[in-house]
Structure formats: C-alpha cells, structure tokens
Design a protein around this ligand. Structure first.
Ligand SMILES: Nc1ncnc2c1ncn2[C@@H]1O[C@H](COP(=O)(O)OP(=O)(O)OP(=O)(O)O)[C@@H](O)[C@H]1O
Ligand SMILES: [Mg+2]
Length: 288
C-alpha cells in the first residue's frame, strides 16, 4: 500500500461473516450532534433515533433526520451525483466516529479515493472509520447459486446475500449499485426478486443504516431495477439531472421516508468543485 493512501482499501479479499450468529451489534447510542443523534419523542418511554447526512441543505428536508437502521434507496440517472452524495455522507459519518463501508461494484477504490482527495474530504485521524471494498459479481455468485438451488428444490444453505469485509462491522453501508447486482440475474427476474428480499431482510437484521444506489432514467417513473425495491426500502431519495433548454440542472427529491415528515418537492442541488454536494431546500426546480 503506498504511503499516501488515505483509506483502508480491501479489494476482492472480503469474506462472508462466519455464521449467522455473528451479527453486527447495533451501534451504541450517541448523544452528540450529528450521526446517531438521540431524539426524544413526546411519549416518555419511546425514543426514536435519527442520523444526519451532514450535507448542507439535505438534512433540512427531514423533520428530524433519517431514521436509524433504515434502508434508503438513492436513485438517479447517469452523472446525477449518486456516488458523490453517498461518499460525502459516509465521510461525514466517519468524521463523527461511525464505522462506514462503501461496497462498490462500479468504481475502483482508487478512483473513489481520488474523488475524496479532489473534493478535499480528507478524514485525517478518522481514516480507519471508512473502508471501501470493490466487489465483483463473482462475489455474490454463491448466493445466486444457492437461491437457484433452492428454487430447484435443493436445500438452501444459510448464506448472506452480500459479502462484508472481515473484522469491520459497519454502522453505515453504501451499496453501489443494485443495478449492477441485478445485471447478474439477467433473464431470471424471479430469482433477483427473491435475492433482493433476502438482501433487505439481511440489512434489517444487521441493524445498520444502508444507502442503496439505483441507476434510473434522468427523470424516472420507476426508481429501481424491478420497481419492487422502492417498496422494500424505508426511504427513497431521487437525484435529477434535468434538462432546461440547453442546460441541465441538478435537483433532489425525498420521495418517501417511512415514519418521517419531509419536504415534498424537487429542490435545487449543486455539485461544487473542491466542496461537494450542496442542497438548497428553498429553491425549487422544474423540468421543461
Ligand atoms: N470537481 C467537480 N466539480 C463539479 N462537479 C463535478 C466534479 N466532479 C464531478 N462532478 C459532477 O458530478 C458528476 C458525477 O457524479 P457521480 O459520480 O456521483 O454521479 P453518479 O450518479 O454516481 O453517476 P453514474 O451513474 O455514472 O455512476 C459528474 O457528471 C459531474 O457533473
Ligand atoms: Mg456512480
């Protein structure tokens, strides 16, 4: 590993958790501002917890934040900012002491690290809190085989639907992308649906926050590879790269967030050099 490498990078060396019982423990409660902030509801006995993305303007779209241990779909067209948004919120979470994992089927860890450097998001002493793993479709092949075996009547061995790195239990996980995974099931949509249900259940069981990237049309009507994923997710955030005459403008919309009041309009967003994503909650954008 070169001296200048900022992040822990694990490429293709990830291993499945040894057993179902070795679950990631629920992250401990944090009371400081930011990720994991504890919020007391009116009922004295009930405590709901929320996380903040730390992205300027984005957190203001939610009444309190993104519910802890929820799964959120980040949907959008090519170049709409899905990767950068997820990377930026992981960096912010890592700075707050959360363990963050970026699982990429798309870009290499070196490229993602390049984005982090270019935007000036260095983690300093918190670099150990972010792990970027490159996965190949081969890595989920065993799970696919097991599902196919089950469909053909063979015994289903207990198997996790996605490979997590050894010795790193994340509080927050980004999966880039569901679209890449779905391509491994081409021609076998039924099996993909079984897989995806298993994946959501697995994340729920782990008790972590997940952000699942989904590639869509620039102005989508369906937000995921099969359209089922947006119902399985607790939340959906849509990124737009909308055409207005001969220019394109970035927009962001919180389409749904279970159990949470949120802004219901497409608001302006920008990707700023050396800074990253900013969201403008008061500035609406419309496509022409
Ligand atoms: N330094 C920069 N300054 C301003 N904008 C930038 C900068 N770097 C990248 N961008 C913008 O960000 C876009 C890429 O963002 P990102 O990689 O997050 O998109 P994506 O939705 O993940 O794309 P894909 O679907 O290809 O994976 C570029 O198309 C460009 O418009
Ligand atoms: Mg991307």
């Amino acid at each position: 590993m070169a001296k200048t490498i900022v992040l822990q990078i694990k490429e293709g060396k990830a291993k499945r958790p040894e057993s179902k019982n070795k679950r990631v423990p629920a992250p401990e409660k944090r009371t400081a501002d930011g990720m994991g902030k504890e919020v007391k509801t009116q009922k004295k006995t009930e405590k709901l917890q929320f996380i903040k993305t730390g992205i300027e303007g984005l957190d203001a779209l939610f009444e309190k934040g993104i519910p802890k241990n929820s799964s959120v779909l980040i949907a959008g067209g090519a170049g709409s900012g899905k990767t950068l948004l997820c990377l930026q919120l992981l960096i912010n979470a890592a700075k707050e002491g959360n363990k963050c994992l970026y699982l990429s089927f798309e870009e290499s860890p070196e490229r993602l690290k390049g984005h982090i450097e270019r935007f000036g998001w260095g983690l300093g002493k918190n670099e150990k809190n972010l792990v970027i793993s490159k996965l190949s479709l081969f890595d989920i092949g065993r799970s696919i085989d097991a599902l196919l075996a089950k469909q053909s009547g063979d015994l289903l061995i207990d198997i996790s639907p996605v490979i997590l790195p050894e010795n790193f239990k994340p509080d927050i996980l980004v999966l880039d992308s569901l679209t890449a995974i779905s391509s491994a099931f081409r021609g076998n949509e039924g099996t993909y649906r079984v897989y995806i249900e298993q994946l959501f259940r697995y994340f729920e069981k782990l008790g972590i926050n997940t952000f699942l990237i989904s590639e869509t049309e620039q102005e989508p009507k369906v937000y995921s590879p099969t359209g089922v994923e947006e119902f399985l997710s607790d939340g959906v955030i849509v990124l737009y790269n909308m055409r207005k005459g001969n220019v394109r403008e970035n927009g962001l919309e919180v389409l749904k967030m279970r159990g949470m009041k949120h802004t219901k309009k497409i608001v302006a967003m920008q990707i700023l050099d050396k800074k990253g994503i900013e969201v403008y909650p008061e500035q609406e954008v419309f496509s022409v």
